[in-house]
Write a protein that binds this ligand. Sequence first.
Ligand code: C2E
Ligand code: SIN
Ligand code: SIN
Ligand code: FE
Ligand code: FE
Length: 407
Amino acid sequence: MRETKQPVAEAADLGSILEKLERLHHIRDLSTLLDSILTETRSLAQADAGSIFLVEGKKLKFSYVQNDTLYRNDFLASRYIYSNSEIEIDKSSLAGYVAATGESLLVADAYKLGPGVPYSFNPYFDEISSYRTRSMLIVPLRTSKNDMVGVLELINRLDPEGKTLSFTQRQRSIVAQFAFYAGVAIERALLLRDVVYKMVMMAAMRDPEETQPHVNRVGSYSVEIYRRWAARHEVPKADIDAFQDLLKMSAMLHDIGKVGIPDAILQKKGPLDEDERERMKMHVLLGARYFENPQSEWDTLAREIALGHHERWDGAGYPGLASDANLSRMPSVPGKKGREIPLSARIVAVADVYDALSSKRAYKDAWEEERVLHHMRMESGKHFDPEIVDIFFEIYDVIKAIRQKWE
Ligand code: C2E
Ligand code: SIN
Ligand code: SIN
Ligand code: FE
Ligand code: FE
């Protein structure tokens, strides 16, 4: 996207940088974040193309690319073209040099690097794509503790007529400043992923039945059901891909509120009595309490799922409009009904019950497959959204493959 037609005034610069940074702060999903970082820095520097490498172990891994000239209308190709290439973190390549030294680089023409520099330009990408890389601006992405998380490369600064210009020293300092905050945002997205996995482990330690495999299955079934739902409803492919990471993490945490339920109930070997059941139901309100930041897309989704996964399509589920997580038992109020229940929660309800019935629990044996499928069919339009049940059966071979993978 080339939106700047002339050199930008300094004050306008500052305002727009702050605005762009503000947008980054609300993104927690890694691929969405990388996409935004490239869009914003390219617009700051009028760059035709750009890519991000992330540090993985001792290498740099090509993680994201945008290129207006090559892929104006082909988002998917632009994202995945390089996805397997890796670069050593040493001074022999441009990106490797920046990661190894922490210095940024300004290059006027990638094919005419000065004499005596240790790095060289790898023309592989230009050769396979017939693109011509000329000017480059390459800056490190660092965390708040100054650890290197990656490298941002901006390619070919273009004037409004499409002529390639060199990046300026001023752009170098603006982009480097921006990259510093972007590095912190990337660090947070990686941290979030890690925290989700740790929360899941924590729940698994408390509740021997809520095992890692169970949680992984519910996350994976939910993603597969959503992908089919989204294809039917013509959701753009790019949106599906951006949403599925969030959905998977959120679905994995659907029962996280069970950590607030006493062991005597949670781990009871037999059926719960009436009072215990009503206390157990509080796990949906306890879970929702973890995710109360309404500005975060991720919290919003995780909350929807924690709160809504025991609602029923026919309105006989819980918690309906109950919301007080400090109560000791679920108040008796009507459930939400039909499309009042968020789509995410309707999907996780199907995934969760299918998995609970097919698995052994402290209080029950695993059911036979036939009996499980009969139950799912019979509850269509009662417990479950009929469209979600249809999709479940349409993709049942995938569901079974997931079950086998996480036995
Ligand atoms: P869960 O074990 O993950 O079960 C999730 C949901 O699957 C249940 O939500 C229910 O809709 C369905 N489900 C599980 N087992 C059966 C079954 O044998 N028959 C039928 N018809 N449906 C089943 P629900 O009922 O709201 O329960 C929520 C959570 O409460 C359960 O999660 C489990 O942790 C606990 N729980 C429910 N009933 C009992 C019980 O009798 N004994 C014990 N120890 N825990 C129970
Ligand atoms: C949604 O996209 O959340 C609404 C779709 C539905 O209610 O079926
Ligand atoms: C069954 O026990 O097979 C069916 C019971 C139910 O649908 O909850
Ligand atoms: Fe639950
Ligand atoms: Fe569950």
